[in-house]
Ligand binder design. Sequence first.
Ligand SMILES: [Mn+2]
Length: 473
Amino acid sequence: TYWQKDVICDICFSDKDYENAIKYYSEAVDLNPSNAIYYSNRSLAYLRTECYGYALADATKALEIDKNYIKGYYRRATSNMALGKFKAALKDYETVVRVRPNDKDAKMKYQECNKIVKQKAFERAIASDEIKKSVVDSLDIENMTIEDDYVGPKLEDGTITLTFMKEMMDWFKDQKKLHRKCAYQILVQVKDVLSKLPSLVEITLKETEKITICGDTHGQYYDLLNIFKLNGLPSETNPYLFNGDFVDRGSFSLEVILTLFGFKLLYPENFHLLRGNHETDNMNQMYGFEGEVKAKYTAQMFQLFSEVFQWLPLAQCMNNKVLVMHGGLFSEDGVTLDDLRKIERNRQPPDSGPMCDLLWSDPQPQNGRSISKRGVSCQFGPDVTERFLEQNKLDFIVRSHEVKAEGYEVTHSGKCITVFSAPNYCDQMGNKGAYIHLRGSDLKPEFHQFTAVPHPNVKPMAYANTLMQLGMM
Ligand SMILES: [Mn+2]
């Protein structure tokens, strides 16, 4: 009966078992398709599992059934916020405020959302006014002084050294702040290095060489340190590729990204970074990175991060056989490696097309393509992967972007591999993390799993927009 389903689902929510909650609510929806509450509750479970497209559809369905169902408006607004559709979200908060003029919480959410809509409009106005100047031009880093009482790591004559990297990682581990001058030095230098790379990076692994591919790290700094402890520090003979989503959600995103940028500067040829869908303004505004940089430094520094992110390459090919990207393959057949080389990436990703797909798409078990559960890009089946690999003479793809219980997953008959390196994602998913070894001799993926390590008592999403914080949805 329905009440039993509700009890089961409530248990799932309290255990953070969203997958099961989705399963049970789906059964409830099948039994009683005219109950708005079931759609609304499943919508929340989809929100928590980042399936914003499905969450939006369910909230919309709930409102179709009952247009006075207030929670439905909240769910739909949150889905739209997560998708960066702030104006649509504002309309729903407006409705709630109109129906419940004395609801303080509704009013607060309306005002918060309204603030973002106005800010976006302002940003668009100045963007069309003049060609956007780089923050770098307005900085005078040379003349920034480091106070005498600062005893943390400093670059040596403006250069990153291994000693600096080790000191910085220890400094961060103790939750101390790098001097802003050093942070700016890293950012300016890494922008220069990244901007000289092509959108598709192509490398060759020699017979004796091995590279480690890591997936999402999402601000989980202590787990990143654990990867280096298990697999060795990056070096010229221990190359790494980090496959995007370095920031957001985890509350140590600055520590993660400055460490990764530092290693990029120290070993530009042997340490690789690709852009994820979270190295973008819309995501950073909602999921914590912008808030974190503003809390620890300034809004101006966030602007510079945004400029640097735009120069992160979008894909990397190894020995002309293995292609790595954050999200996955494309909404249309026929995309070639040459098309990827030609992408003008110095921008916020568009809503569709190859650049959007590289950052956002997901594989699916069935053939063909489907609408994305996320509401952005698409889902692609094994036949799509097969055709793409054949046309481009590749063996398989490695992508990240989705949390997996074992830290990795092999699908599409071994042709599509997912790797995710944020164990116990958001302190609640209970998943393992993994990284992949790929050797030049055989290009056979070798999987290594690891579990989460403790971190200081700062919760994930601590710096996220209040409308996205758990419990606020
Ligand atoms: Mn992602």
